[in-house]
Structures are given as structure tokens and as C-alpha cells.
Design a protein around this ligand. Structure first.
Ligand code: MRU
Length: 322
């Protein structure tokens, strides 16, 4: 990768600031768990696995600050309240709670945070390898949002498939919807793929279905924020519509996600909490007002794609079929 999304510096953590990409490549140093929680809330770091990795470092920083049970409990609580949908956050916090229960030392928290980061890096490599088998020698693909290195502790989930495909000499063009309102597709995926030498075509969100048809897309691959036991999947708003369009056009629709995104406690997608974000994100575009000041807004950040629309889930352990 041409950049580092998260770097542990021993007593602080460095992240790339995703709110200023692609215009500026700037890094932030986070000194304590409060700064980590703020960075997650403000989308300076985002993407389910990346949120999971940074939360581990947040708890490690709390344990280093004061190895007092109350302080660590407070850090776990504050980090757990940042964003509700991505399961990786709760996966990490559950691991941290176990260490707390076993009266772990600060070193134990640090070691586990580093382990979660390392595991995520290895997992993304395997997801890429498993998914690359689905790619043609020359193909056209669509993704949504950013499920790349910017969203994980490694090379991504959906985008890892493309990176591994490229390593194997496969040729590809990736069609990327802008992903309003936060523009993760336009700002982050287009930047990340171009930086890594993969051909990107940016499209408006409303052009997804027509592009699938007219550009004869071979396969759609998206990431996931939380997967229920029956395979229903929460991912960035717009994913559900993309899956319906793919089904209508007989285009295979895959999710790429680590097993740390699977929530073993919930049966179906109906139980996945969906984050609703501020109305200003829809009424404005990059600081510019684009709607009447007092118009009502509905701004869900994620949607649920039912399992029956998903051809398979590419994980580090292999591809899960219906
Ligand atoms: O709101 P975001 O940017 O955190 O949403 C991210 C996504 O929806 C990603 O597709 C998902 O987390 C998978 S990342 C590998």
C-alpha cells in the first residue's frame, strides 16, 4: 500500500485523516481514547474493520493512561457509543472486556490491540486471495463505498480482491459510485485504487443500475458492516439497491468481509442497528448548501441486503454460499 491507515507508535496511534482525502494526505496523532472516540465519530477513521482495530488501540491507551478498572471500563463505554452498526467495534471491545475480567495488565491490553491489528492484516490478505479466484482474466466490476485499505488494518475486503487479482496479472476496470452523502466512493475508493494502479471509472450514485447493464459488469463486490447469522448484511446505504439491480440483471453479487464482521448474537438483518446521521450531510455537499434550509431529511448511513440477494460471502476462511 502507498499509505498507512493506522500505525501504532508505542504510546499513541497515527491515522490518515480520511475527511481531507483526496485533496490532502494528512496524518493525525491520537494521544488517548477520547481522541480515538472523537476520530471515529467524526469519520476521520471509518470502515468496519478499521474501527475495530483503532478501538483496540483506544482501550490500550486508556490502560496505559491509568491502569484502573474504572478508567478502562469508561474507555470501553465511550468507544462503544461512537458508531452503532459496524460489528468489528464490538468484537474488539468484547475481547478487551475479557482481558479486564481476567485482571489483565496494561501490557495485555496493548498486546491484544496489536494482535487484532495483525490478525486483520492477515485476514484481508486471505480474503483477497479467496476472492481473486472469482475474477476473469479481463473484467469489469462494481463496488460501493470504500472497502479498501482505508477501511481496514490491511489491504481491504472488497478491494483486496482486486489487489490480489492485479497481482495475478488480471486486468480490470472498477466502476465506483460516488456514495453520497459522505462520498467514500468518489473521495476514498477512487483515490485508493488509482494510487495502487487500478483503473477506476467514477459514476454518479443514480447511474448504478444503468451502468451495470450498459457496461456489462461481470460481478459486484461490496464490504459489510455487520452480518447476521442468516447472511443478511448491513453495508453502506445504497448497497441494497445495488443488490436488487444486480439480481434483476443476473449479475453475481458478493460481499467480502472478515468473520469478525459476523454477529453471532443476531439471527436476521432486522436486528442490526442502523446508524442515522445528521441531516446536514444530505442538505450540504462538501460545505455547500444544496437544499432548502428547513427541509426534512432521512439519512440512514447503512442498509440491509437480504441474504437471498447475495451470491456468496468471501471471508478469510473461504467463500460461504447460500
Ligand atoms: O460509514 P463508513 O464509511 O464507516 O461505512 C463503511 C462501509 O460501509 C464499508 O463498506 C464497510 O465498513 C466495509 S469496510 C471493509
Amino acid at each position: 500500500m502507498e499509505f498507512k491507515t493506522i500505525e501504532w507508535l508505542g504510546n499513541k496511534v497515527k491515522i490518515i485523516d480520511q475527511t481531507v482525502l483526496p485533496f490532502r494526505e494528512e496524518y493525525l496523532i491520537l494521544q488517548d481514547y477520547r481522541e480515538v472516540a472523537f476520530a471515529i465519530k467524526e469519520m476521520k477513521i471509518r470502515g468496519a474493520p478499521a474501527i475495530g482495530v483503532i478501538a483496540g488501540y483506544g482501550v490500550a491507551l486508556a490502560a496505559m493512561e491509568s491502569h484502573n478498572k474504572k478508567n478502562i471500563e469508561e474507555a470501553i463505554k465511550v468507544l462503544g457509543e461512537t458508531r452503532p452498526t459496524a460489528y468489528n467495534l464490538f468484537y474488539t471491545l468484547n475481547r478487551m472486556k475479557k482481558i479486564l475480567k481476567n485482571n489483565g495488565t496494561s501490557e495485555d491490553f496493548i498486546a491484544d490491540a496489536i494482535a487484532i491489528h495483525k490478525e486483520d492484516r492477515e485476514i484481508t490478505e486471505k480474503i483477497g486471495e479467496n476472492g481473486a479466484k472469482l475474477l476473469k482474466d479481463e473484467g469489469r466490476y462494481m463496488t460501493i463505498c470504500n472497502a479498501g485499505a482505508l477501511a481496514t488494518g490491511g489491504i481491504g475486503t472488497a478491494l483486496a480482491v482486486f489487489y490480489k487479482g492485479k497481482d495475478r496479472g488480471k486486468k480490470m476496470t472498477i466502476y465506483v459510485p460516488e456514495t453520497r452523502p459522505y462520498l467514500q466512493g468518489a473521495r476514498l475508493t477512487a483515490w485508493e485504487l488509482m494510487k495502487n494502479g487500478i483503473k477506476v471509472v467514477l459514476i454518479a450514485d443514480g447511474a448504478k443500475a444503468f451502468t451495470l447493464k450498459t457496461k456489462k459488469i461481470d460481478l459486484v463486490i461490496t464490504g459489510a458492516d455487520r452480518i447476521a447469522c442468516n447472511g443478511d448484511t448491513a453495508n453502506k446505504i445504497g448497497t441494497y439497491g445495488l443488490a436488487i439491480s444486480a439480481k434483476e440483471l443476473n449479475i453475481p453479487f458478493y460481499i467480502a468481509a472478515p468473520t469478525t464482521t459476523f454477529d453471532p448474537n443476531i439471527k436476521t438483518g432486522d436486528e442490526i442497528p442502523i446508524e442515522e446521521r445528521a441531516s446536514d450531510e444530505v442538505k450540504n455537499c462538501r460545505g455547500e448548501k444544496i437544499a432548502p434550509e428547513n427541509v426534512d431529511v432521512y439519512n440512514p448511513a447503512f442498509d440491509i441486503t437480504p441474504a437471498n440477494l447475495i451470491s456468496g460471502i468471501i471471508t478469510e476462511k473461504g467463500i460461504i454460499r447460500p
